[in-house]
Design a protein around this ligand. Sequence first.
Ligand code: GLY
Length: 582
Amino acid sequence: MLAVAALGEVSFATTSLPESQLYPPMDPSRSRSSYTARGHRAMVATAHPLASAAGIEILRAGGNVVDAAVAASFVISVVRPQSTGIGGGGFMLYHDATNKKTKVYDFRERAPAAATRDMFVGPQGQSMPFRYGKVEIPDASVNGHLAVGVPGLVDGLVATHASHGRLPLKTVLQPAIKIAANGFPVYPMLAQRLAERATVLSKFPATKKIFFKHDQPLTTGSLLIQKDLAKTLERIATHGSKDFYYGDTAKLIVAEMKRGHGLITGADLADYRMIERRPIEVNYAGYKIVAMPPPSSGGITVLETLNILSESPAANAAYGSTAAVHWLAEAMRRAFADRAQLLGDPAFTKIPLKGLLSLDYAKSLRSGIDPKHATNSRSLPPSVADKFEHPSTTHLVVMDSDGNAVSTTQTVNYYFGSGVVAAGTGILLNDEMDDFAKHPGTPNVFGLVGSDANAVAAKKTPLSSMSPTLVFDGKGELRLALGSPGGPRIITATLQTIFNSLSRGLNLPDAVHAYRIHHQWLPDQLEVEKGGLDTKVIQELKSMGHSIIEHPGMGDVEAVARQADGLVGVSDTRSDGQPMGF
Ligand code: GLY
């Protein structure tokens, strides 16, 4: 029997499950313990050791958690171009332990002013290809210049640093500048993603110049040097975000847009502003869970699913049992149905936030779950939450012993974003326009279906799944900060880590590493990680009506817990992260 963390207790449980029951496969060249770190003063958990090391270097130099998070963010944007970059955007939760306030920053991409509702729909209702010179590439919302939303990452990082950082911006940017200029060895997952996206990346000369050698994408062990990116970062270090939004970098981005008939203009860049928002929260298992509001769908969907699970049999059902998987999947299905129907940019669509997060609404959804049968997703009635109105991304966490923390998720959307590097800048531009519902009712690159609430519109922010999250105990002390990449699996990876920690009493490494499942309403299928469930459990779930498919590695959680015995940082064994603390 597992010990469950009691209300307000300052330490998560230390009991582990047997290895065979818990862990998906991982990089055989690494030990499981290399994904966990302990420290007493501060902890940084990111998806690459160079980014974690940069955060630690800045903390040791007297920086605070924001300095460290900004330094680590710029480094991760250099070393994980498949996931994020300064041509992308993100969300950040920053908790200040002194005044016990959590700030929420939205520096996600926005649609250019010339964007229109049907810009990705062809005359016969088909997805538009992208044409570049004589080349035609499928899916203009994913590949090429039209896919690019106005990037927000630089404004977000520079502005949060200006408000909360302690060290000069120049100091904080040094690690990223050095790594971009001197290069770093391509690691297996980067090489794999380059090979997968090679056809698209090779179409754009400025992209090919950086990521290819002798006409082939860079392979493991070769050095990835990004000289133009280093110069762009240096300009940011000297001039702040001015350069990016209306200086030399802006001019180069606009020139690239003209070259590829993209929509972003100088005015779009000059108009970009990060938005400060109010956090959303629910109480769950005696803890307060604080999350990202819309245009994140992740915060609401995590919190709504937890509400449905509370008072359900899920927490008492054995890990990996038929009942546990069934209840989790049915709760996810219902929260994702609301996501698809109701969520979008709050400046453009009215979101019944209180209804979605109300316990009464969760109770009504829970009462519709049949403990013995899967619900057909299409049979779920249209959402009535308003009646209760009362895929490649990265996450990083920095926390200190006082409970100051940054939890931030950043992205260029699909692997290497649009594939377009703005010539002369080294910046890979995002393809965040695909996160809009281009044809409401039709799935995007992650299979997600959206509604008019998330249709394309000028200056609108596309809906996101990014879910940076904080967990506070009954005394208001920050205990856990976490998040993940993975498109819609961001939401379910974050959710299951919280559920494993708070309801199953798993220690943090196990809570993060344990096998996961995923259900996103449509397509109506229950995804399981290979090897994660007993054959008998799979048979039982099928006989209840679940359509089951295997899906490799769901998410890449980075998490830091603040426990009675110090800080614990954990990176997911599904990827390349490595936490570091001192
Ligand atoms: N681009 C992935 C997300 O924001 O959900």
